[in-house]
Design a protein around this ligand. Structure first.
Ligand SMILES: Nc1nc2c(c(=O)[nH]1)N[C@H]1C(S)=C(S)[C@@H](COP(=O)(O)O)O[C@H]1N2
Ligand SMILES: [Mo]
Length: 324
């Protein structure tokens, strides 16, 4: 497979490439961020991304990843825990996976994709009937359908019926991607240490796709992005990526450097098995560069943005960046 700029990882950049990346970075700076590299990237087949042209990833790598060449340690698969601890159930529901869509906001030329929707907020996520509030016929007491005695938070982790957000309706155009769309991106596996701010950590075996491959397949809207960029910044890439659960109850934001990092995944498997609802089915964020609070489970919406997104635990007083 041909190497694309996205395949280049910090630490394995050959000297010649490194020089051309630096030149590219300098060209971007000289051109006031307007320097654009025509990307003939065609690694992903079958994705309807006719405008995947500009993507200034060379400069992104030169300025961001390049400098931030840190990688979290990776482990042998045998070191991974067999049963990963569960913690935090805000915004989680037992979704019908076939009814799930990834809402993607901020792509360039959204209407050019088959996955285009004039208003992604109208998407209805179905939940499995088994998780609807069920009542013990004998006692009339509501049954907890999923409880995890051995969890960090014990029985606090439960599946609740999903309540969709109240709509003071503002329509948002964007894409509605299926799991099949996500799985067309290159599959990657990673065994890394997961750390929770509460003090526990476990080694976990994840599979999924790189977030930066999603960005490459569905490039951000460059005009609006580049307006806000001084020569300091990379044209064509948003400063932040915002994530929300389908019901909007849990939400996080991460910076561009983290979004582009090769160990930042949209994970759909844990120990080689599809994620369970309590671990964030069907798709969650995994990044060993951040504490667990940022690793949002059950993603419903991803938004490319230059404005720092809302963040659930930051609003509760925690550090926004939650970096390790
Ligand atoms: N939707 C959602 N994602 C979430 C949380 C949550 O409450 N809701 N909690 C976070 C916290 S604090 C941690 S430690 C991890 C735990 O992930 P796990 O349950 O798969 O171990 O999920 C993170 N992602
Ligand atoms: Mo956590």
């Amino acid at each position: 497979m041909d190497k694309t700029p996205l395949d280049i990882e910090p630490g394995e950049i050959p000297r010649r490439t490194r020089r051309s990346l630096l030149i590219a970075g300098a060209a971007a700076a000289i051109g006031g961020g307007l320097w654009k590299w025509l990307n003939s990237w065609s690694r992903i087949d079958g994705l309807n991304a006719p405008f995947r042209k500009v993507l200034d990833f060379n400069a992104a790598i030169a300025r961001g990843l390049f400098r931030e060449g840190t990688r979290a340690p990776e482990y042998e698969r045998s070191k991974a825990v067999r049963s990963f601890r569960r913690n935090g159930d805000i915004g989680l529901a037992d979704l019908k996976i076939e009814d799930w869509r990834l809402q993607l906001v901020g792509v360039e030329h959204p209407a050019s994709y088959v996955q285009y929707s004039k208003d992604i907020t109208l998407w209805m996520y179905g939940t499995n009937p088994s998780t609807a509030e069920s009542v013990d016929t004998g006692t009339g007491v509501p049954k907890k359908l999923v409880t995890h005695e051995d969890d960090a938070k014990g029985a606090d982790v439960t599946m609740k019926p999903m309540e969709m957000p109240e709509k003071a309706h503002r329509s948002i155009p964007g894409l509605l991607l299926t799991m099949a769309d996500v799985k067309k991106l290159p599959h990657v596996e990673m065994v890394t240490e997961f750390k929770c701010i509460e003090g526990w950590s476990e080694i976990v075996y994840w599979s999924g796709v790189r977030l930066r491959d999603l960005l490459a397949a569905f490039p951000p809207h460059i005009e609006s992005a580049s307006q806000l960029y001084s020569t300091e910044f990379v044209a064509g890439l948003p400063e932040y990526i915002a994530f929300e659960t389908p019901d909007g109850q849990y939400y996080v934001g991460i910076e561009r450097q983290v979004a582009l990092h090769p160990q930042t995944l949209l994970a759909y498997e844990l120990n080689g098995q599809a994620l369970t609802p309590d671990h964030g089915a069907p798709l969650r964020l995994v990044t060993p560069l951040k504490y667990g609070v940022k690793q949002i489970k059950q993603i419903g919406r991803i938004t490319y943005t230059n404005t720092r997104p809302r963040d659930y635990w930051h609003e509760q007083g925690y550090d926004y960046y939650a970096g390790l």
